[in-house]
Design a protein around this ligand. Structure first.
Ligand SMILES: *Cc1c(COP(=O)(O)O)cnc(C)c1O
Length: 254
């Protein structure tokens, strides 16, 4: 595939995803651009990620300044991929989210490249991150990941313990709790998927309503992907994470 055809296809798919998000915002009675688009770039080569970010910048520049949506975020699942790609994208974006599981032996590497870790799935991990951030004199944005579907293949806290855990995370120096993340149920029934997103929204609302230390900025809900972003936006998602919708089908992992 030539880079020119890559570029045209990615720009067209990005425009379709932007239009879907806008339509979902309208349908939910939410303001335009209340949902931030995150590009899930796993397995995509650096050149392809660059093409997508350039397409986003061009599309945003083509509309009057006040009407342009916020720039896309970049999200990687694997620390190695994040560390490999981020330094070569700094001319295009400076917002890198880790959206995959983080092992304790990769914490330092992750902190070197991520501006937000969406996949904090235990208080232990949060403490480890907090300690490093305090000694580095920085504050890291984090989301607490919750497993709303209960599927055993998925990471995240049990919803029954998520509020309590989030309050502990929120109280840690070195971290700023920004909200919650989930991977929705793998179900063709949108009612089932949406119920899971509603669960995450309820957890966020309880944490915000607690008024507890460090919970004031915890309003983000990162949920919804290419196949179900409408259900997530209907349940108040503030970040949707889209991979195949923009990049096309991922090559099968060998
Ligand atoms: C791959 C991935 C996405 C995007 O999924 P698509 O179906 O390709 O849009 C979102 N979130 C996480 C955590 C992912 O791993």
């Amino acid at each position: 595939m030539s880079s020119a055809s890559d570029s045209t296809e990615i720009a067209a798919r990005l425009a379709r995803v932007r239009a879907r998000v806008a339509a979902a915002e309208d349908a939910a009675g939410r303001p335009r651009d209340s949902v931030r688009l995150l590009l899930a770039t796993k397995t995509q080569p650096l050149e392809v990620v660059r093409i997508a970010l350039e397409a986003d910048a061009a599309a945003r520049a083509a509309v009057p300044a006040g009407d342009a949506p916020r720039a896309v975020l970049v999200g990687e699942n694997r620390v190695q991929e994040l560390v490999a790609k981020a330094p070569h994208l700094h001319d295009l974006t400076s917002d890198f989210h880790l959206i995959g599981p983080l092992q304790s032996n990769k914490v330092n590497q992750a902190l070197g490249a991520a501006t937000c870790i969406e996949s904090v799935d235990s208080v232990d991990l949060a403490r480890r991150l907090a300690t490093r951030c305090v000694s580095a004199g920085r504050v890291l944005d984090v989301l607490v990941q919750v497993n709303v579907s209960g599927e055993v293949t998925k990471h995240g806290l049990d919803p029954a313990h998520a509020v309590e855990a989030a309050l502990e995370v929120a109280a840690l120096d070195g971290l700023r709790l920004r909200g919650f993340m989930t991977v929705g149920a793998r179900s063709p029934e949108m009612d089932v998927v949406r119920a899971g997103y509603s669960t995450l929204r309820g957890i966020r609302d309880r944490v915000l309503a607690s008024g507890a230390a460090g919970t004031g900025a915890a309003g983000e809900l990162s949920m919804g992907m290419s196949g179900d972003l409408e259900a997530a936006v209907a349940e108040d998602a503030t970040i949707v994470r889209v991979g195949t919708g923009v990049f096309g089908a991922r090559p099968p992992v060998a």
